[in-house]
Design a binder for this molecule. Structure first.
Ligand code: ADP
Length: 745
């Protein structure tokens, strides 16, 4: 009879290879989820070398021992390259250390090297046990008790080059660092009309270079997977840069990935690019090599979220599928998945092999469709002039409008929509100040350079408003459409924009000019729109919240203090839950769940227990409309009144800073992707015989258009949020991670 393997009773977690921001969040998640699953959990210091050394390098972990590390960059466990682990003797010593502690599962957070080493260790496990028994180093019973090793991997690597996951831990933070640097360089470069060459990491993978180039509006990008086609690529690059100068562009930035090469496989170094620009273009050109800056700093909101959900899933994998082939836990199309670890490592290496063999076509293919789309998009965006329209093609006149609150990412979206539209031979019109401007006919044609420099700009240059047209207002809008002969409308905005767009059809019975296709593009920090897992702006808002809460937490280090932080969201708790996960809040209140008196009583009691046990800091996050009576001021007063002097309470309403600031890399990249796809869709509709209006969104990682007539069916009737909110499934995880009553966040 087949016996199902028993679940392990203990696990060890380690970080290895190059460090990456978010590794700490992953360790914290593994430890807390492991304890919650009643496992004995060990943390291993100094990576795989720590396994070999044993002793004090393998320590029993508690919920508190991983408190206060969520916001720290690098890895508190340390990481080291280990020569000992490369030898069978070293690995045997590691096996002995694990057997002596009764560790049956290993969670490794590292790059492909670390995961390969760990996999080898697992495959040899039985041999090591036999060898240790034969040498008398462990007895047979111990070997029998430890006969199986479960191995689960997570990828910690800033390059984002691994198969088995769409994002690796640390890549988003690295993009934050690169974009901060590129934005800073842009301001100095444009003051002096200088050219800048910026080298970013990525020996075999152009992800960081490509995405940062898109996000920061770079003028040329060189990556390993797609070398320039021409032999004299230098001349094409210089022509493009010269043309940019000729039309008044004040800055030229070239981003070069470390592993960039020409089509013959010869390296293209950043220094070489600098010398080309200086000598052949005659520009004052500076080189900046970002180096280790890219690894450093506090992890972004996304990396904290990613690491937390992956860590939690890794423990689930250990508990539910012990033994068996080693697995890699990753995020694919917005879902957590596990795949055979070595298959992922082998595919990752295969791309590097294809690049080395100069089979760039296959290398690009293996990177996937959205990588290729991004590269093509970049090629359009770096053009100094659009392509000429096809002879005889119909030139559409398309309007762009915002509605609702400003969301970071609106400007990059407009920039891309304008350029994609013009490049495809159409005319693009900006409608200023939302639907109020539409009524007033405040409409202006945009040219190729109108949105120059908007790639990194926060706010909404076109202006936006919450104004909701009624009755005769629709007549005025119809007049504007007629006057400017608009063939279609791209609405980049939030709830109010969706509502207005859905009214067009009905109003068109009275005002037939309203009968144009409208595409709604989700841009709202609240992420409260149907048909999309993400709205543009939410990631920037989350990063704003996270960096402010980090500061708030620091302000309380010496005192017994609990913060009640109120975040935006209107009727949607997305920002509250996600920021709670990313900051380690022990309690999150959401409008979706409401707040009861019993909740408040239980929460204040668990806070008291925690502070009595020595806790120094408490953090509760509440979404602005969680309850009409139990709002943040009330909660603050109640907690303070009931604290029995064990802690003081401060209320902090973060307010409009959440909407401000330059868009995050993720918001810029998504805005680019959304804008190009929604504009292509709008063009198709405007040219079709039966044009359809729709709202677009990301569903399981794919862009999907939902007919606008569906809008009323997909939303709650009395509040502003969609019926289906997949992120709510994270609530149980937030509860395990927050551990109310525990001593540390
Ligand atoms: P990364 O995990 O970031 O790819 P490395 O390639 O430097 O980093 O690997 C980290 C460590 O993993 C190495 O120092 C070594 O101890 C171990 N390791 C890597 N490859 C192997 C291997 N083939 N066999 C055994 N151990 C390995």
């Amino acid at each position: 009879m087949l016996r199902t393997p028993q679940r392990p009773t203990s696990l060890a977690v380690l970080t290895s290879g190059g460090d990456a921001a978010g590794m700490n969040a992953a360790v914290r998640a593994v430890v807390r989820a492991g304890l919650d699953a009643n496992l004995t959990v060990y943390t291993v210091y100094e990576g795989l070398q720590g396994l070999v050394d044993g002793g004090d390098r393998i320590r029993r972990a508690t919920s508190e021992s991983v408190g206060g590390i969520l916001h720290q960059g690098g890895t508190v466990l340390g990481t080291a390259r280990s020569d000992d682990f490369r030898t069978p003797e070293g690995r045997r010593r590691a096996a002995k250390n694990l057997v002596e502690l009764g560790v049956e599962a290993l969670v490794v957070i590292g790059g492909d090297g670390s995961l390969t080493g760990a996999n080898l260790f697992k495959e040899e496990w039985k041999d090591h046990l036999d060898g240790l028994v034969a040498a008398g180093e462990i007895d047979k019973e111990m070997a029998q008790a430890s006969r199986r090793l479960t191995l689960v991997g997570m990828v910690g690597s800033i390059d984002n080059d691994m198969f088995g996951t769409d994002m690796t831990i640390g890549a988003d933070t690295a993009l934050h660092r690169i974009i901060e640097a590129l934005d800073a360089i842009h301001s100095t470069a444009s003051s002096h009309q200088r050219a800048f060459v910026v080298e970013v990491m990525g020996r075999n993978c152009g992800y960081l270079a490509l995405m940062s180039g898109i996000a920061a509006g770079a003028n040329w990008v060189l990556i390993p997977e797609n070398p320039p086609e021409e032999d004299d690529w230098e001349e094409s690059m210089m022509n493009a840069l010269r043309a940019g100068r000729a039309i008044g562009r004040r800055l030229n930035t070239v981003v070069v990935a470390e592993g960039a090469q020409d089509k013959h496989g010869n390296p293209i170094t950043a220094e070489y690019v600098r010398s080309v620009l200086a000598d052949r273009l005659g520009e004052d050109t500076r080189l900046t090599s970002l180096g280790h800056v890219q690894r450093g700093g506090a992890p972004s909101a996304f990396d904290r979220y990613l690491s937390t959900v992956l860590g939690y899933a890794a423990v689930e994998q250990v508990v539910t599928s012990p033994g068996g082939e080693a697995q890699l836990i990753g995020l694919k199309e917005h879902q957590i998945i596990s795949s055979p670890l070595m298959e992922c490592v082998e595919q990752t290496r295969a791309v590097a092999d294809r690049i080395a063999e100069r089979d760039y076509e296959t290398a690009m293919e293996m990177r996937g469709g959205s990588f290729r789309d991004s590269f093509n998009m970049l090629k359009t965006m770096v053009r100094a002039q659009p392509h000429d329209p096809e002879p005889g093609q119909r030139r559409l006149r398309l309007g762009i409008i915002h509605a609702g609150a400003p969301a970071p990412g609106m400007n990059p979206a407009v920039r891309v929509a304008v350029r994609v539209g013009i490049d495809k031979g159409h005319q693009m019109f900006a409608i200023r100040n939302g639907f109020r401007g539409f009524e007033a006919g405040d409409i202006h044609e945009m040219d190729w350079m109108s949105a120059n420099g908007w790639a990194s700009r926060g706010g909404a240059e076109l202006g936006t408003s919450r104004h909701q047209p009624r009755g005769r207002h629709f007549a005025q809008i119809a007049e504007s459409i007629e006057k400017f002969q608009l063939d279609g409308l791209l609405m980049i905005g939030g709830w109010v924009g969706y509502q207005i767009a859905s009214q067009f059809k009905e109003e068109a019975e009275q005002y037939p000019d309203l009968n144009i296709p409208v595409v709604c593009f989700p841009a709202a920090i609240n992420n409260d729109l149907p048909g999309s897992e993400v709205a543009i702006g939410a990631d920037t808002a989350l990063n704003n919240i996270v960096s402010d809460v980090d500061k708030i937490k620091q302000s309380a280090v010496a005192s017994g203090r609990c913060f009640v932080v109120e975040v935006m969201g209107r009727d949607c708790g997305y920002l509250a839950l996600m920021s709670g996960l990313a900051t380690g809040a022990e309690r999150v209140y959401l409008p979706e769940e409401g707040i009861s008196l019993a909740d408040l009583e239980a929460d204040v009691n668990s806070l008291k227990i925690g502070f009595r046990l020595g806790k120094r800091l408490g953090l509760v996050i509440t979404s602005e409309n969680s309850d009409p009576v139990y709002e943040s001021g009330f909660i603050k007063q109640l907690f303070e009144r009931e604290s029995e002097g064990l802690f003081s309470v401060r209320q902090s309403i973060l307010g409009h800073i959440q909407q401000g600031g330059d868009p995050s890399p993720f918001d810029r990249i998504q805005a680019t992707r959304f804008a190009s796809k929604s504009l292509e869709y709008l063009i198709d509709q405007a040219l079709s015989d039966a044009p359809q209006s729709a709202f677009m969104g990301l569903q399981h990682g794919r862009i999907v258009f939902t007919p606008l007539v569906e809008f009323p069916n997909l939303i709650e009737t009395d509040v502003h949020r969609p019926k289906d909110q997949s992120w709510l499934s994270l609530m149980p995880l937030a509860k395990v991670m927050g551990r109310p009553g525990s001593q540390a966040l």
